[in-house]
Design a protein around this ligand. Structure first.
Ligand SMILES: *Cc1c(COP(=O)(O)O)cnc(C)c1O
Length: 360
C-alpha cells in the first residue's frame, strides 16, 4: 500500500530507520540506558546546530512546551519582553509571556511582511526597561523567513537577551546561532529534524544558562534550570517520552550523516519543484520569492475551491495539505515539504493536484 504523504508542517513522514528506532527495548528512565540515550541526544543536538558554548535541554511535550519553558524560565514576572510579531506563532510567544506575568510589548507587522527593523531599533532606544527580545525564525503561518540575524544584531547592540522560536526552522533553514546572537533557541523533534512528536528542546548559550538560576521558578515541569540540572546528572526530572527520545536520537544521527547544509538544500530542491509545478498550474503565491522559506509554500486557493474540497480530493489521492490560519484561513492553503519524502513523491503530488484541478 502506498503511504500517505504529509504536506503539513509537522509531524512529518519519517524514515524507516527512525521508525525502527521507535521499537528499541523497554527501559527505565532511572537507569544508565536512559542516561546514555539522553546524553547522546543532547550532544547530537549541539553537533547539528550549536557547536560552541551552548547546552541543550530536552522537554517531553510538543514544541510549545519547550517554547513555554524557554520564555517562562528566562524572565521574571514584571520584566519586559519585546516580541516581534508577524504571524500566529509570534502571537503565541506574546500570549505565553503574558500568561506568565511578563510585561509584553509587541511590535507587529502584516503577516505577509517582514518586521520593521528601524521601528524595533527605535523602541529599544526609547524603552530602556526592555530586558529581552523574542521572535520566530520561520513563521509557519505563511512560510516567511524572518531576519533573525538583523534583529539579533539589534538585541546585541542594546544588550538584550535574544530568544528565537526556530521550531519549524532548525534543520530546514540555515541558522548560525552565534552569528545571529541567539541566547535561547527552541526546536522540536517532529519537523525538519524528522523525528516523531513527543519531545522538544531548547539550545541555550552557556552564559545565559548560568543567569537562569536567578529567575523565580513559576513552573515545576517546565523549568529549564531544573531540567538542565537533572539532565546533566543523568536523570530526567519526570517520566520522559522514551519512544520519542529513541526516534530523536536516530533522527539526529541521520541528520548529521546527511549534513544540515545538505538537508536544507534537499528541502530547497523540493520546494522549488513544488513551486514550479504549482506555478505552471496557474496557482498564485502569498509571498514574494525572497521571503519564502525552503519548506512552506502558501498559495491562494484556486477559483471554485474551498480549502475543504481541495483538501479532501487530495487526501483521497494520498496527500495531506494544510489550511491557512486566522484571517488567511478562507483564502489560502499551505504545502509543506518537511520530512523523509522523495522528489518523485512531490512530483506525484503535482500530478494529483493537476488531476484535481482538471476534473473539477
Ligand atoms: C509547530 C510550531 C510550534 C509548536 O507547535 P506544537 O504543536 O506545540 O509542536 C511553534 N512555533 C512554530 C513556529 C511552529 O511552526
Amino acid at each position: 500500500m502506498k503511504r500517505t504523504i504529509l504536506l503539513n508542517p509537522g509531524p512529518v513522514n519519517i524514515s524507516e530507520r527512525v521508525r525502527q528506532a521507535l521499537l528499541r527495548e523497554d527501559i527505565c528512565h532511572r537507569e544508565d540506558d536512559f542516561a546514555r540515550l539522553m546524553a547522546s541526544i543532547r550532544s547530537r543536538l549541539l553537533r547539528a546546530f550549536a557547536p560552541n558554548d551552548f547546552t541543550s535541554v530536552l522537554i517531553s511535550g510538543s514544541g510549545t512546551a519547550a517554547l513555554e519553558a524557554a520564555i517562562s524560565s528566562s524572565l521574571d514576572r514584571g520584566q519586559r519582553l519585546l516580541v516581534v510579531v508577524n504571524g500566529v506563532y509570534g502571537e503565541r510567544i506574546a500570549r505565553i509571556a503574558s500568561l506568565h506575568g511578563i510585561d509584553v510589548k509587541a511590535v507587529r507587522a502584516e503577516w505577509t511582511a517582514r518586521p520593521d527593523l528601524p521601528r524595533i531599533e527605535q523602541i529599544l532606544e526609547e524603552d530602556r526597561s526592555i530586558q529581552a527580545l523574542a521572535m520566530v525564525h520561520h513563521e509557519t503561518t505563511t512560510g516567511l523567513i524572518n531576519p533573525v540575524r538583523e534583529v539579533g544584531a539589534l538585541a546585541k547592540r542594546h544588550r538584550k537577551h535574544f530568544l528565537v522560536d526556530s521550531i519549524s526552522g532548525l534543520g530546514g533553514e540555515p541558522l548560525d546561532l552565534d552569528a545571529a546572537g541567539i541566547d535561547l533557541c527552541v526546536g522540536t523533534a517532529n519537523k525538519c529534524v524528522q523525528g516523531v512528536p513527543g519531545v522538544a528542546f531548547v539550545l541555550v548559550r552557556d552564559t545565559t544558562m548560568e543567569q537562569l538560576s536567578t529567575v523565580q521558578p513559576r513552573s515545576l515541569y517546565l523549568s529549564l534550570w531544573e531540567n538542565r540540572h537533572a539532565q546533566e546528572t543523568g536523570e530526567p526530572l519526570f517520566t520522559p517520552a522514551i519512544p520519542a527520545f529513541y526516534g530523536l536520537d536516530e533522527a539526529l544521527a541521520e541528520l548529521i550523516e546527511e549534513g544540515v547544509e545538505a538537508r536544507t538544500q534537499r528541502y530547497a530542491r523540493a520546494s522549488a519543484l513544488i513551486r514550479q509545478g504549482c506555478g505552471a498550474l496557474g496557482l498564485s503565491f502569498l509571498l514574494p520569492p525572497e521571503y519564502r522559506s525552503h519548506t512552506i509554500t502558501s498559495m491562494n486557493l484556486p477559483p471554485g475551491f474551498t480549502y475543504r474540497t481541495l483538501h479532501d480530493q487530495l487526501k483521497a489521492r494520498g496527500f495531506v495539505i494544510y489550511a491557512g490560519q486566522g484571517h488567511l484561513a478562507p483564502t489560502i492553503f499551505r504545502v509543506a515539504n518537511m520530512g523523509d519524502v522523495t522528489l518523485d513523491e512531490y512530483q506525484e503530488f503535482i500530478q494529483a493536484l493537476t488531476d484535481v484541478l482538471n476534473t473539477h
